[in-house]
Design a protein around this ligand. Structure first.
Ligand code: FUB
Ligand code: ZN
Length: 618
């Protein structure tokens, strides 16, 4: 049995356990196709980008002990590690010689660049000959890079072992346990926390867990400031246990929260469960007041940061793709710890919207910033601006390889198990196979989700024992029903739990009606007060100018009727359900936000002004 990205230890305080990495396989469908494009286009393209952008040259110079012409931001190594992680998961999904070759090449380079004592950072090695390590904990990103190295190595160790990568990670982690033994230093960009926990889970070495806990607990003393930033930017203003909300740089905040959730799971909370309670409080506050309808996080370009509660302007949204990924990582850990479907709801919203929008249909262009509105005459703030459309790569290229490693392991987020049976949290065309009692639970999920809400789970194998099949009913669905072997439909409001001695051929049909709907903006969000968003099932829709050739201008659009009609459009964006709207200036067409800007840049908006009688509060 091979584990996926998160594998709580046997004694971890979790109520749900992830299935093995190879227990779930997408069979085509929305995510299956995205995985395929990721494998065939994005990841090979990324390896090439690493060559062109200088990431590999930096490591090569470090290996050769050359000082000089380092290229790119200080965290260029992290992109190499993220690509390595994506390659490893892909190799675990479907082995191929070219994947092994690429892992081998990159891993050998990484190992050769590492100092004999385990230290590794091509920026420090190439620009100052390896001197003054950790001299700039605020912005140096040395631990951030090593965190990504550990994650890549754990992925490979689990599904596609590579000795050089594994040795590099162990040497780096051992070096960290010495370099940071019993001190209160903390780095500006979290990630090493969750990476160390995962390495602990893989090796059983408690020193890694100790160090991860240390990093979580020393944070919040206001030590991190400089480079024009205050401690809040680094989530260092108050201890994690005391924080009531997430703040500052959104990706940093998400990675820290995910690491803290890992610490809790591995028994490093205090007796009063202060950290667990704080994380839950912060998450709820974030979802209520700081999360875009797309699941996107971060409303300030300045500092790529969370704003104040309800500060969620659609046009100024930053909503970095990496922040959406971090949010999924945190919510997944919270779901395992609590079993609360609210976490799976946010994962679904984020994956289908704020995350999926981050990469083009063709898999070769990306968004770093995921605004919810772009005006026709928008002046781009800089190269990241969505007004300019998608880009093949970025000078700061954190998002593309982050998307790649996430897609390559995405099926790991579909289902879990506990002592009662199997829980399906996300829907998609997939096969699930999980050892149970003296046999195997094998399920085949047939669905055209997210275009259709009909999900059929067919039992292909079952042990001769009772077990429970649980299915999440998404919060957006009002009239869910379930039918078991032609018996039903029975209403299914807050989730389905079916316990029985299952037999080959049993069928459970979950109906999640998904008529298009108008969602009113929270009136606290001044920027969109009185506006509505079109949603259908888990998808948030947007209006793009390209779809209104003779219709309203996106900037002027006002919805005049709550009647929405949906239509399967084979000819549009590879096949989508489009939604027809009525506006003051005539009919308009909305398409899934996750597919916007696949026909070039242009005006787009999610939140739509509407005539007053459409509002419940009018
Ligand atoms: O600092 C490393 C990465 O670069 C962050 O996670 C992103 O937000 C970008 O600033
Ligand atoms: Zn990013």
């Amino acid at each position: 049995m091979t584990a996926g990205p998160v594998a709580p230890s046997d004694h971890a305080a979790v109520v749900l356990r992830p299935l093995a990495f190879d227990a779930v396989r997408f069979d085509g469908g929305f995510w299956g196709r995205r995985q395929q494009v990721n494998r065939e286009v994005s990841i090979p393209g990324a390896v090439q980008r690493l060559r062109e952008a200088g990431n590999l040259d930096n490591l090569r110079m470090a290996a050769e002990g050359v000082t000089g012409s380092y290229r790119g931001p200080v965290f260029m190594d992290s992109d190499v590690y993220k690509v390595l992680e994506a390659l490893a998961w892909e190799q675990g999904r479907a082995p191929a010689a070219h994947l092994v070759d690429a892992i081998g090449e990159l891993a050998a380079l990484v190992r050769s660049a590492q100092s004999p004592d385990g230290y590794l950072n091509s920026y420090v090695q190439v620009t100052r000959g390896g001197a003054d390590r950790y001299a700039d904990l605020v912005m140096g990103h040395e631990l951030y890079c090593l965190g990504h190295l550990l994650q890549a190595a754990v992925a490979a160790h689990r599904v596609s072992p590579n000795d050089e990568l594994w040795s590099a990670a162990l040497a780096a982690a051992d070096h960290l346990t010495v370099a940071f033994a019993d001190n209160d230093a903390v780095e500006g960009h979290p990630i090493v926390e969750m990476a160390l926990v995962e390495l602990y889970r893989e090796t059983g070495t408690t020193a890694y867990l100790d160090l991860a806990s240390q990093f979580v607990y020393v944070r919040g003393r206001g030590q991190l400031r400089g480079h024009g930033r205050e401690p809040s930017y680094f989530s260092d203003r108050v201890p994690v246990r005391e924080a009531t909300s997430v703040e500052g740089h959104a990706v940093r905040a998400m990675y820290l929260a995910a690491g803290a959730a890992d610490i809790v799971a591995e028994g490093r909370d205090d007796a009063s469960q202060g950290l667990a309670t704080a994380l839950r409080r912060q998450w709820q506050h974030m979802v209520r007041t700081k999360t875009y309808v797309t699941g996107g996080l971060g409303s300030r370009w300045d500092g790529e940061a969370f704003g104040d509660p309800y500060e969620l302007p659609p046009d100024r949204a930053y909503a970095e793709t990496c922040a959406a990924i971090g949010s999924v990582q945190w919510a997944w850990r919270m779901l395992l710890a609590t079993g609360d479907a609210a976490f799976a709801d946010l994962i679904e919203r984020t994956l289908f919207n704020g995350f999926a929008a981050g990469v083009s249909r063709t898999g070769d262009e990306y968004f770093y910033v995921n605004a919810l509105q772009v005006r026709a005459d928008a002046a781009p703030q800089d190269h990241r601006s969505p007004a300019l459309g998608r880009h093949g790569w970025f000078d700061v290229a954190c998002c593309p390889p982050n998307i790649m490693r996430t897609l390559a392991s995405l099926h790991s987020h579909l289902a879990t198990s506990d002592l009662s049976g199997v829980q399906i949290h996300q829907y998609g065309s997939a096969t699930i196979s999980h050892p149970w009692a003296d046999g195997t639970i094998e399920l085949r999920m047939h669905t055209d989700y997210p275009w259709s809400g009909e999900v059929t789970v067919e039992v292909r194998r079952s042990p001769d024992a009772e077990w429970t099949l649980s299915l999440r009913v998404p919060r957006w669905c009002q009239d869910a029903s379930v039918t078991v072997n032609e018996v039903g439909p029975a209403p299914a409001r807050s989730g389905v739990r079916l316990t029985r001695r299952w037999r080959y051929g049993d069928q459970v049909r979950l109906d999640l009606p998904m008529p298009p709907r108008l969602t009113e903006a929270d009136p606290h969000v001044d920027a969109v007060r009185g506006c509505v968003a079109v949603e259908r099932g888990p998808l948030v829709y947007c209006v793009e100018q390209v779809d209104q050739p003779a219709g309203p201008l996106v900037d002027d659009l006002v919805i005049t009727a709550s009647t929405l009609t949906d239509e399967w459009r084979e000819d549009l964006l590879g096949g989508v359900v489009a939604v027809h709207l009525q506006t003051r200036a005539g009919a308009a067409l909305a398409v899934p936000y996750c597919l916007w800007a696949n026909r070039g840049p242009g005006a787009m908006r999610i939140w739509l002004p509407c005539s007053p009688e459409l509002r419940r509060d009018h």
